[in-house]
Design a protein around this ligand. Structure first.
Ligand code: FAD
Ligand code: UDP
Length: 365
């Protein structure tokens, strides 16, 4: 074995395939008993394809990422739509013309929405926090109805304690576009994520050992080079203290005989309940079934690390770990946990393609 890849999620699997295609022998390990990391999907007892770790919708503007993944899957076009339960109404998120007209009983056209927003937004000299980002785009009332409480639930902190980039993931629109994403490519792997990963890892030079963690391998069993995609602080034994990662508890439910639970893929619950959102998988996959399956997401501190928590102090702590990582010549750190970045799947694929190129160059050089 010439390269060990720790983690069989997007970061690990993409690197493994790139390195194997370039002639390296690769061992992939994952502490979980399955491939695809947090994008893992499987059929539940009723036969409905569900995402074990919450809804994963693929979207990207990168033709290169689409081209690369398309070697391992065909695609089913899918544009995600989200409604937020606010009071007794379900309104489109991102906030758009429909949201504003329905919420306030108005009949504004696009220009009217633009001037409405201009009237309510709070000017900020500097957009530092997520509160700055939201108040400066939609003002206080919309912030309090759609963002403040959702964010408190999701992150366990106020908008003002999170970097601007978190809430800035959600745009605001003056038109009626009610798609969650506007990327040029929006589609789901036709047979699911896990199937795509199986094909990615199906290569004579790749072996996969599931249910295996890095600490199970003795130093003599470790190849000279390693691609590490787990949490960066864990790799260094939490030397500088723990980097916060936010976790979730997923409550899956099958509803026999229910054709449709909700009208769109995801409904957000910003203000009530302990969960942030409910996703109904049949919308995402197009699967036909006499029943339906949904998942509720309950945020929590403890548990598997799912989200880096973007805040300046966490970034500073990450930078200290990154210095150590940069000095590890024989280890490449890549992915959402190893780079402590709030990456979407496509960004992880792009980061992994770059990391494997650098790794190969270093081995040749
Ligand atoms: P992971 O998928 O976390 O893979 C890392 C793997 O490493 C894990 O399987 C872990 O078990 C393994 N591992 C860690 N440490 C060790 C060790 N010491 N030994 C062995 N194995 C180890 N992105 C989108 O683009 N669209 C979405 O709609 C979307 N929705 C999301 C919803 C939720 C609830 C979450 C949590 C994320 C979502 N994402 C979405 C982000 C997406 O999940 C990530 O970008 C992507 O899966 C990260 O891939 P990764 O390989 O970096 O990490
Ligand atoms: N957000 C919110 N209300 C919403 C949707 C999003 O306050 O209805 C904020 C919240 O802080 C959330 C962030 O915007 O964590 C990013 O939302 P996104 O849907 O991108 O989160 P993810 O799918 O990554 O969990």
């Amino acid at each position: 074995m010439s390269i060990l890849v720790v983690g069989a999620g997007f970061a690990g699997a993409v690197c493994a395939r790139e390195l194997a295609d370039a002639g390296q022998q690769v061992l992939v390990i994952d502490r979980r008993g399955h491939v695809a990391g947090n994008a893992h999907d499987r059929r539940d007892a009723s036969g409905i394809l569900v995402h074990l770790y919450g809804p994963h919708i693929f979207h990207t503007n990168s033709a290169r990422v689409v081209e690369w993944l398309s070697r391992f899957t065909s695609w089913r076009p899918y544009e995600h739509r989200v409604l937020a339960q606010v009071g007794d109404q379900q309104l489109p998120v991102p906030i758009n013309r429909t949201t504003i007209n329905r919420l306030y009983g108005l009949e504004l056209d696009e220009a009217g929405v633009a001037s409405y927003l201009a009237g309510v937004r709070e000017a900020r000299i500097e957009i530092r926090t997520s509160e700055d980002a939201v108040l400066s785009s939609v003002g206080r009332d919309l912030c309090d109805r759609f963002f403040r409480n959702y964010t408190r639930k999701q992150w366990g902190m106020d908008l003002s304690e999170l970097s601007a980039g978190v809430a800035a993931r959600i745009p605001v629109r003056t038109n009626d576009d009610d798609r969650y994403f506007t990327d040029t490519f929006q589609a789901m792997p036709a047979e699911g994520y896990s199937r795509m990963f199986e094909r990615m890892l199906d290569h004579p030079a790749i072996s996969v050992s599931l249910g295996t963690q890095l600490s199970d391998l003795s130093p003599s069993e470790r190849p000279a080079h390693m691609i590490y995609t787990g949490p960066i602080d864990a790799y260094f034994g939490y030397r500088f203290g723990k980097l916060p990662y936010r976790s979730l508890r997923f409550e899956h439910q099958h509803l026999p005989g229910v054709q449709q639970w909700q009208s769109v893929g995801t409904v957000n619950y910003p203000n009530d309940y302990d969960y942030t959102r409910i996703t109904e998988f049949k919308h995402l996959t197009g699967q036909e079934h006499t029943g339906t399956s949904i998942v509720r997401e309950f945020p929590q501190d403890e548990g598997d690390p799912y989200y880096p928590v973007p805040r300046p102090d966490n970034e500073a702590l990450y930078q200290r770990y990154k210095e150590l990582a940069d000095a590890e010549r024989d280890v490449t750190f890549v992915g959402r946990l190893a780079q402590y970045r709030y990456y979407n799947m496509d960004q992880v694929v792009a980061a992994a393609l770059l990391a494997s190129r650098n790794c190969l160059d270093a081995r040749v050089g």
